[in-house]
Design a protein around this ligand. Structure first.
Ligand code: F6R
Length: 254
């Protein structure tokens, strides 16, 4: 695991964007998994800037998003589909035909989830998966207790996730209780993981994920199983770590 700790969110976003841009330049037809939430917004703003000012070309990219609320149509303002077009895809030159975001309004969810997995496999798998982490340690909507080998499926949001995501809705009652999410196993199949966390609210989940025991109760700990993980943290999110992590080596602080 390579962990880079930087002074603040802006630097974290820039470093993450340089990482993603580096992949796109070396592999213009890369397959990249995107995340929603507040954390990657700075990264997305940087990618938009790189497209506008530096001509970073996204046209060959195939994208897959991690998750979507069940029951929200793509045009719903709180859907993750809407979020991705509003915050990133609408401002860069992605080919809409190569953009894949789970659809929260399908009838046969099980069949749809299997097809989503097959679609990822058909393009050769993900080169990179961008991840945030929940304060409870969830990756995508894999809440604590999710199998470490889980695949894309329907999940139930925990009460703390509903409470946390209520900030985007009129009230907590409006937050969907179910989601389609890529599984932990599906995420671990990506050739590289890029995990971002900022703020003191993430410090406990970051410490448990990077230095705690491997357990389904802390989905972020599954990253310990992956051979190529890059983590970008600001000082606050890294504040609970007891080790410096660099080049796959964990070295006690002090
Ligand atoms: C988003 C996702 C979630 C978020 C996590 C952190 O697609 O799957 O796991 O990454 O809830 O959210 P923020 O970044 O808003 O703190």
């Amino acid at each position: 695991m390579r962990v880079e700790v930087v002074e603040n969110y802006d630097v974290l976003s820039l470093r993450a964007a340089e990482h993603v841009a580096g992949l796109i330049k070396s592999k213009p037809k890369a397959v990249i998994g995107f995340a929603t939430g507040s954390t990657p917004l700075g990264l997305y703003r940087q990618l938009i800037r790189m497209h506008r000012d530096e001509g970073l070309d996204f046209s060959g990219l195939t994208t897959f998003n991690l998750d979507e609320y069940i029951g929200l149509a793509p045009e719903h303002e709180q859907s993750y589909n809407y979020f991705m077009w509003d915050e990133l895809f609408g401002s860069i030159n992605v080919n809409p035909e190569l953009v894949n975001i789970p659809l929260g309004t399908v009838d046969d969810i099980e069949q749809y989830c299997q097809e989503y997995e097959e679609k990822i496999a058909a393009v050769g798998g993900l080169d990179l998966q961008i991840l945030g982490i929940g304060t409870n340690g969830h990756l995508a909507f894999n809440e604590p207790g999710s199998s470490l080998r889980s695949r894309t499926r329907r999940t139930i949001l925990t009460a703390d996730t509903v409470a946390s995501n209520a900030r985007f809705f009129e009230s907590a009652d409006e937050v969907p209780r179910h989601a389609i999410t890529m599984g932990i196993g599906s995420i671990l199949d990506a050739r590289q993981l890029l995990m971002l966390a900022g703020g003191a609210g993430k410090a406990t989940a970051v410490k448990a994920s990077l230095e705690g025991p491997l357990t389904a109760m802390m989905p972020g700990s599954a990253m310990q199983l992956h051979p190529d993980v890059h983590v970008y943290l600001d000082f606050a999110a890294a504040s609970g770590l007891e080790y410096h992590h660099h080049d796959g080596i964990a070295e006690p602080k002090g």
